[in-house]
Design a protein around this ligand. Structure first.
Ligand SMILES: Cc1ncc(COP(=O)(O)O)c(C=O)c1O
Length: 441
């Protein structure tokens, strides 16, 4: 009997016939990881250990783990212990790699687990990282509070200016790291241009000295942008955000070339930042299948809200890649494209409240947060993003408070800057709440 493609779920070969949106709903019902072809939704595996039947099968499982070169990847895995691998994570990884157009994915317990796993795999003592000047606060802390202990140095620079990249590359450079759009300022880096520069440098280098381009694609999600298509070597995500989508589970992922899968599995096994099976299942069942619906709705609202904020008298400026006035609007138009190639500038907005000086602006940011927390129904004062609810926060006193004032200014993170992560509410309700909050100035 001929099989219905949604039951065999062979996404790679069905690629031409069905869209990404459809594939992310069905995923693979029958995979070499786990056959659940008679379930409509993947079952939730909650077994930390797996029965091995015999000492020989156990020995084989340990030999096969993270040993793709010898054993290939088409074998049915012999599951041993959750920290090494289990079916829900494996199924999610197949779908995430597919959505990002990468060769493989390895999940982690959080976005920071994925970032530290990827950078930990790529660097060693004496190596250097070149990173964009504005980054998520904990990534900044990882690079500046922890990596110097291991003799790994980070140069922060403005990667929207490619001259800075040219000037900083040296023989010790191993990683170029950035978020695009960046947290919280929404700078947009030209992924293709950066990858091209690195390719030229790498052509002259031995394998052990190559430089890797790592892009944190959390703000865009694969719905808006797939950096590997533009030459990035690795994509990292906090799955806690837009991909998870409901604010119920934490997770992270590294997506890249197959040749790195084994090393990433070993990093995850030994450093231990493992994604919980329940989180993997939620992201697979709820997050990925609804990604396109949620992000396209949030994006339409974000455009409307950004246009409202851009002409408000209390606001100094607005950064939203969908506004023609955004400094890298052209680049955003080129590389931020949804699954069907429409411009997809994302669901985050950064805006700066006016003020007379640094302290005044920072204070205005705080006043706005406190007013919103008490009075605005559709603005929730909370960190994170990519939620069903619109979340508002003041980076200088919250997510980026690990950075001293001088470093915040060097990173162009303004004391009066506000990050708005647009949710699924009616955009007119959000605008009305913002209007009443901004009326305090
Ligand atoms: C851009 C970006 N990357 C990484 C992270 C870290 O993710 P997690 O909180 O899942 O560790 C965050 C968290 O806000 C983020 O905004």
């Amino acid at each position: 009997m001929e099989q219905n493609p949604k039951n065999t779920g062979n996404m790679a070969t069905d690629d031409a016939n069905y869209s990404m949106e459809t594939h992310l709903i069905y995923g693979k019902n029958e995979s070499n990881k786990w056959d659940y072809s008679h379930h409509v939704v993947a079952p939730l595996s909650s077994s930390v250990i797996f029965r091995l039947d015999s000492a020989e099968r156990g020995a084989e499982g340990f030999m096969e783990f993270a040993n793709t070169a010898t054993f290939g990847e088409e074998n049915k895995p012999i599951y041993i212990y959750d920290r090494l691998g289990e079916p829900n994570k494996d199924l999610l990884e197949e779908n995430l790699a597919y959505a990002e157009k990468g060769e493989c994915a390895v999940t982690f317990g959080s976005g920071m687990g994925a970032i530290s796993g990827c950078l930990g795999m790529l660097t060693k003592s004496g190596d250097e990282i070149i990173a964009h000047r504005s980054l998520y606060g904990c990534t900044y802390s990882l690079l500046n509070n922890w990596y110097p202990r291991y003799n790994i140095r980070t140069h922060h620079t403005d990667l929207t200016d490619l001259n800075n990249l040219h000037n900083l590359i040296n023989k010790n450079t191993r990683v170029i790291y950035f978020e695009t759009p960046s947290n919280p300022t929404l700078d947009v880096m030209d992924i293709r241009a950066i990858a091209d520069i690195i390719q030229v440098v790498n052509n002259e280098r031995k394998d052990t000295e190559k430089i890797y381009v790592v892009v944190d694609n959390t703000f865009a999600t694969p719905f808006c942008q797939r950096p590997i298509e533009y030459g990035a070597d690795f994509v990292v995500h906090s799955l806690t955000k837009g991909i998870g989508g409901f604010g119920t589970d934490m997770g992270g992922v590294v997506i890249g070339k197959k040749q790195f899968r084994d090393l990433l599995l070993l990093v995850r096994k030994d450093f231990g930042a493992v994604l919980g099976t329940k989180a993997a299942w939620s992201i697979l069942t709820y997050g990925l299948p609804t990604l396109h619906l949620r992000i396209s709705r949030q994006m339409q609202s974000a455009q409307k809200i950004a246009e409202f904020l851009a002409v408000h008298p209390a606001i100094e400026y607005v950064n939203y890649p969908g506004l023609p006035g955004h400094r890298q609007h052209e680049i955003a138009t080129k590389q931020m494209r949804d699954f069907t190639n429409n411009f997809a500038p994302g669901s985050l907005i950064y805006f700066v409240i006016k003020g007379d000086n640094y302290d005044d602006m920072k204070n205005n940011g705080r006043l706005l947060m406190n007013y919103a927390a008490k009075n605005a129904y559709t603005l929730t004062l909370a960190v994170s993003l990519g939620h069903t609810r619109t979340l508002i926060e003041h980076p200088a006193s919250m997510t980026h408070s690990v950075m001293p004032a001088s470093e915040l200014l060097a990173a162009n993170i303004h004391p009066g800057g506000i990050r708005l992560a647009v949710g699924l509410e009616n955009p007119d309700d959000i605008i009305n709440d913002l209007k009443s909050c901004l009326s305090i100035f």
